[in-house]
Design a protein around this ligand. Sequence first.
Ligand code: ATP
Ligand code: MG
Length: 264
Amino acid sequence: MTITITITMTMTITDRARRREGFGMSSDETALLLDDVHSGYGRMSILKGIRLEVKRGEIVALIGANGAGKSTTVNTISGLVRCRQGRILFLGEDITTLPAARRVSRGLVQVPEGRKLFSDLTVLENLEMGSFLRRDRAAVKADLAHVFELFPVLPERRRQLAGSLSGGEQQMCAIARGLMARPNVLLLDEPSLGLAPLLVQQIFGIIRTLNATGTTIFLVEQNANAALRLAHRGYVMETGVLTHAATAPELLADEKVREAYLGK
Ligand SMILES: Nc1ncnc2c1ncn2[C@@H]1O[C@H](COP(=O)(O)OP(=O)(O)OP(=O)(O)O)[C@@H](O)[C@H]1O
Ligand SMILES: [Mg+2]
């Protein structure tokens, strides 16, 4: 995935986060709204009228089986897949036809499924790709120090090729690269994929910290139990339509959701 970033604000991630309304909590303000969104590939229609909202300060989880259309949803939000019908609003603006790179520059940042790191580049070079088009060099430096604090394994490995990192380290590097773009809303597609339970806990702990310091999170996960324990609200997707929308505790207690997705 090409990362293109043109954010020019000068505060550090944390400074900016602290100034946001509803610091560490959800608010009533809509950060992201999908209104009757349709998308697909070629003649194939995948998303068939999605209505989904993420409020500023929330963690919202999207769960569903393999092939349900979760990544297609994320890719449609980020602009990698075209929205064919309906609207996408981000921080009150209609971004339905805005090119992907300009969505990134507004703070709508995706960490793709399968990490998609530049494997022949070093950890540091990957992180620099995250801030590629930013001109606020001082703030970029501060943000790099911040992500190194958040992921202490990364400074130790800064000169190592990303392709030679372990799976967990790669996921950390991918999230860190996303953070270097200064997200308002971070779209995380399967951050726990292929990771051992302890690492899943660690990654989810970091997502909680990011949210507590002001980043709104849209989290796609097959690990529905873990995702719903972390999220404020959740949606369930089945073959391109949303079948449930509720608070995370409600979904965790819903018998049908438990049977189908929570393994009990
Ligand atoms: N680039 C593509 N071209 C054609 N079809 C695609 C493409 N990407 C995904 N699909 C199809 O769209 C449907 C939804 O796929 P998607 O990747 O969104 O599912 P998902 O819910 O993310 O699944 P998983 O849990 O396995 O990641 C699937 O039937 C898939 O085969
Ligand atoms: Mg997927």
